[in-house]
Write a protein that binds this ligand. Structure first.
Ligand code: ADP
Length: 385
């Protein structure tokens, strides 16, 4: 094992292989050579090089084919294609296929050194970025564990004791003690809500969602959300109605995550509503896009606050919202989940009249296997306000 950077040169011309080996070894690199694509792929697996110098025009397996195979198996391998002037177009193709740069033949030792040094820098950068990403994920998981076990669990236990005392299960308590404990209980409930929302946000891993998408019908998800939140709406004297879509359409989604999305939107529509107001959930499926609206007749959102409502912990501060409990994390969770589904969220609101949130999701094509065409992509690219 050596600490030196390893370069693999794949070229059917012996003269090129020899001169590359001479120059690169002198420069301090560990240099390996292969006479064709097959041997090149074999050596890639065996020596795990940092940089691949790859001739495009080779008999048998050509450079583009080798490139496409190593891109799948060695994502950190930086590839420089060697090409003749006449084949500059294929060099461009190779760059499109993921090559880092190209080196036209004939080249001088200085040109070779320069390009290989740059490729090595790129390799180190990619490796460092991957390591930092891993470290960030590790820290996040560690933090999640701390919050979930060291913070949430003991607080839940305290709340359970309080529930027992306030429920008079342990005997009578005097009025002052009951009032004080009641205040402490609601503060604790607020804190636990923040922790629960924060954990939801931290655990909303776009990679995990993308990896667990399946073909689903949105209606059962919406029906469950409306059914679960009906008692909350009744409590507030708000009418809650779900309308059927114009047609059945299937989307590629993680049903539980979408349930979280619509639970957040519908519960906001109820809690920021006025007495005897209404909430309507409806939608439209057309041209490769499913649009679900959650419309309310509530207090609305001031125009100048709208750009911030998807930010973590943001809450509109006004006399009307002061008494309404919340964590300011619900809409961040909504946006993160919807974006992991390649969708987007829009909001339209008028103060004193109401708010409409619309979620756009790409639908599945008729063959049920592929995501919908252009319009679905448009949804993904539509920027949330
Ligand atoms: P919260 O837990 O505070 O409800 P959210 O992230 O869900 O947090 O929402 C952020 C802020 O956006 C809320 O505090 C509220 O001020 C505003 N908001 C969200 N939905 C509505 C709505 N339907 N009507 C009026 N204001 C809303």
């Amino acid at each position: 094992m050596t600490d030196r950077h390893a370069i693999l040169v794949v070229d059917d011309e012996e003269a090129i292989r020899d001169s590359c080996r001479q120059v690169l070894t002198k420069t301090g690199y560990e240099c390996h050579t292969a006479v064709d694509g097959i041997e090149g792929l074999h050596l890639c697996r065996q020596i795990e090089p940092d940089v691949l110098l790859l001739d495009l025009m080779m008999p048998g397996m050509d450079g583009l084919e080798v490139l496409s195979q190593v891109r799948k198996t060695h994502p950190h391998l930086v590839c420089v294609v060697i090409t003749g002037y006449a084949t500059i177009e294929s060099a461009v193709d190779a760059m499109k296929a993921g090559a880092f740069d190209f080196l036209p033949k004939p080249f001088t030792p200085d040109e070779l050194r320069l390009i290989v040094n740059r490729a090595i820098e790129q390799h180190d950068l990619l490796k460092e970025t991957a390591a930092l990403r891993e470290e960030k994920e590790r820290m996040k998981q560690y933090f999640i564990t701390i919050v979930a076990h060291e913070l949430r669990s003991p607080l839940l236990l305290v709340k359970q004791y309080m529930d027992l005392i306030l429920g008079k299960k342990m005997g009578k308590i005097d009025d002052t003690a009951e009032e004080m404990l009641g205040g402490a209980h609601s503060t604790l409930t607020g804190l636990l809500d923040i922790i629960a929302d924060w954990l939801k946000l931290a655990r909303t891993n776009s990679g995990d969602i993308a990896g667990s998408l399946e073909s689903i019908d949105i209606m059962p998800v919406l029906e469950k959300v409306v059914q679960d939140l009906q008692p909350f709406a009744d409590d507030r004297g708000v009418t809650l109605r779900l309308e059927r879509l114009n047609e059945r359409c299937r989307i590629s989604a993680h049903a539980e995550s979408l349930e979280v999305v619509f639970k957040n939107l519908v519960s906001n529509a109820i809690k920021y509503n006025r007495p005897s107001g209404s909430v309507i959930v409806d939608g439209l499926c057309a041209e490769g896009t499913l649009r679900i609206n959650v419309r309310d007749t509530g207090i609305g959102i001031p125009k100048d606050e709208i750009p911030f409502i998807f930010e973590d912990f943001f809450r509109v501060k006004s006399g009307k919202t002061a008494e309404i409990p919340g964590t300011g994390l619900g809409l961040s969770i909504v946006q993160k989940i919807v974006e992991s589904h390649h969708g987007s969220v829009e909001v339209d609101s008028t103060e004193g009249e109401g708010t409409a949130f619309s979620v756009f999701l790409p639908t599945l094509g008729a063959d049920e296997g592929k995501a919908g065409p252009a319009k679905g992509q448009e949804a993904a690219e539509r920027k949330p306000v």
